[in-house]
Each structure stands twice: as structure tokens, then as C-alpha cells.
Design a protein around this ligand. Structure first.
Ligand code: AMP
Length: 287
């Protein structure tokens, strides 16, 4: 059974009772509109801890003024059923007033990491993410928290947050779950028309093709430029970025690559912004 909790007091009491019983807790933070990608995070959480808490909170502070906060899907009844089927122990469902009560004045900013790629195109986004995740970790006090590699830069930001603030939670990355045609599962995929949905897997295919060219030793700036052109030719609109970053420090990597890197992309299909990334491992490097 998945218990549903909406007040901080009930959350604290339940967590205390679980701790008393010797149970460890894993948290899966989400914005709801749950899909199989979230489900794989819940499965990974169950493998780590006796108790799994899934939070659903569409966090207003991580959306820009012209972004999709209002239209972001909120299918709560389906989400409840999905959590029940997945065997989550608790749905933590705070209101905006619980997270941001009157007078709330704190904002966590992770310098450097937050400015790059996503941060450049979504100013303030990672401040909102870091602030809400810090709050969720303080509220639930989990031993583990699980995040998808789908949002790779977010994962780096959160790992930095936890290290820098000595938050005693271990962050566990979970690989990206994809449709059979390669499209990464995302709550935003439901914005796509049938025609756009057919086109969307090109994003992943072009990442793979580009990754292969880089591994074979091509000149990365040329290959990356070519990849952006390929996306546009395929029917994508603006390509916010398609770029390489080192895995741990999220810096532009040395050329040619001498360590595994991430190839990351954000591109628009009409009014829908899709992001994805893959790992690129130069030949001869074992990981
Ligand atoms: P969201 O509800 O979009 O904020 O996502 C909640 C968590 O699920 C984040 O840690 C995401 O990275 C993760 N996630 C979203 N899509 C996927 C996916 N296709 N595979 C694995 N994890 C995902």
C-alpha cells in the first residue's frame, strides 16, 4: 500500500517510525506524470532500501516565465495507481505553501555548473532544482536518493549540492530508460503530435552517430557542428546545444578525448523541448 502524505508533521512521524523499526529510506523525487522511467528509479530504490518515498511536486521555481509550468501534466489519479502498482511505500505530496511558506527567502545556487548548457538556456532553473532538492532531502532525510541520467547536468548539480552541504544522502544515478525506437521516456513526450513523435527518436540516433564519429577520432568541433545541422535537416527547430562535457566536472573535455565524456543535446520540436545525452567512451579506455 502506498500511503499519501501532505503535511510535514505526518511525514516526520512516519519517517521516525520507519527509522525506529530499523528501515532505511530511499527517495525518488519527481514532478509526477509518472512513466516507466520513473518506475525504473523506484525499482532501483527498492533494491537499496526497505522504504521507498516518491515525491511529486511540480516546482514553480525551476520553470522560467515563458516555460510550461501551467500546462505541465498533473494526472494525479493515474500517478497514485502507478505508485501503488510499483510498490512505493509513500507518496510525499507537498503543496506549494508547504514547500514555499510565506516569507520563504532562501535560494541555493551551485556556481559554474548551473551556468552551462541547460543553465544558459534556462536561467535560474538549477537554482530552483537545487533549492527544492535540498528541501526534499531535509524533509525526508533519506539514506539514498535516486536521479535519472536522462537529466545528466541535474545529476551533476545535485551531486555537487550534496557534497558541498554535507547532506548525508547517497545519490544513485539510474540509466536512461528508452522507448524501443530509442526516444528517452519523458513526461513531456505527451506534448508531441503523432508526426513529431515519429521524428523524435532522431535525437537519440544522431547522438549515437555523433558519439561514434568522436570515438573514431574525428575533430569534435566539426562533428558537433555537423550534428546540429543534421538535427535541423531532420526537422528539429532550434538546437539549444549539442556539446561534450567531462563526466565528473562537467567541463569541455580535452581533444581528442582521453576519458569518458557525455554528449548532451537540447532541441525543439515545434513547442516541445527535448533533452537527451549519451556516454562517449574513447577507444582503448576501460571503465
Ligand atoms: P521528472 O519527473 O521529469 O522531474 O523526473 C524525475 C526523475 O526521473 C529525475 O531524476 C529524472 O532524471 C528521472 N527520469 C526522467 N525520465 C527518465 C528516463 N527516461 N529514464 C530514467 N530516469 C528518468
Amino acid at each position: 500500500m502506498t500511503i499519501e502524505i501532505t503535511s510535514l508533521e505526518d511525514l516526520r512521524n512516519t519517517v521516525a517510525a520507519w527509522r525506529q523499526a530499523g528501515d532505511r529510506i530511499a527517495l525518488v523525487p519527481t514532478m509526477g506524470a509518472l512513466h516507466a522511467g520513473h518506475r525504473s528509479l523506484i525499482e532501483a530504490a527498492k533494491a537499496q532500501a526497505a522504504r521507498v518515498v516518491v515525491s511529486i511536486f511540480v516546482n514553480p521555481t525551476q520553470f522560467g516565465p515563458n516555460e510550461d509550468f501551467e500546462r505541465y501534466p498533473r494526472p494525479l489519479a493515474e500517478d497514485r495507481a502507478a505508485l501503488h502498482a510499483a510498490g512505493a511505500d509513500m507518496l510525499w505530496l507537498p503543496s506549494v505553501a508547504t514547500i514555499y511558506p510565506e516569507g520563504f527567502a532562501t535560494r541555493i545556487h551551485i556556481a559554474g555548473l548551473s551556468k552551462d548548457l541547460e543553465g544558459q538556456f534556462r536561467p535560474g532553473h538549477f537554482d530552483g532544482v537545487a533549492t527544492v532538492v535540498a528541501k526534499l532531502l531535509n524533509q525526508v532525510t533519506p539514506e539514498y536518493a535516486l536521479f535519472g541520467e536522462k537529466d545528466y547536468q541535474q545529476l551533476c548539480v545535485i551531486q555537487r549540492l550534496v557534497n558541498d552541504l554535507n547532506i548525508p544522502t547517497t545519490i544513485i544515478p539510474v540509466p536512461t530508460l528508452r522507448e524501443t525506437d530509442g526516444l528517452a521516456l519523458s513526461s513531456r513526450n505527451q506534448y508531441l503530435s503523432a508526426e513529431q513523435r515519429l521524428l523524435a527518436p532522431r535525437l537519440y540516433q544522431i547522438l549515437l552517430e555523433t558519439g561514434n564519429k568522436i570515438v573514431r577520432g574525428g575533430v569534435a568541433p566539426d562533428i558537433l557542428h555537423e550534428a546540429r545541422q543534421m538535427l535541423k535537416k531532420a526537422g528539429f527547430g532550434a538546437v539549444d546545444y549539442l556539446d561534450l562535457r567531462t563526466e565528473d566536472t562537467f567541463m569541455p573535455p580535452a581533444q581528442p578525448l582521453n576519458a569518458p565524456a557525455r554528449l548532451l543535446v537540447a532541441a525543439w520540436l515545434a513547442n516541445t523541448r527535448l533533452i537527451d545525452n549519451i556516454r562517449v567512451v574513447p577507444s582503448g579506455i576501460t571503465t
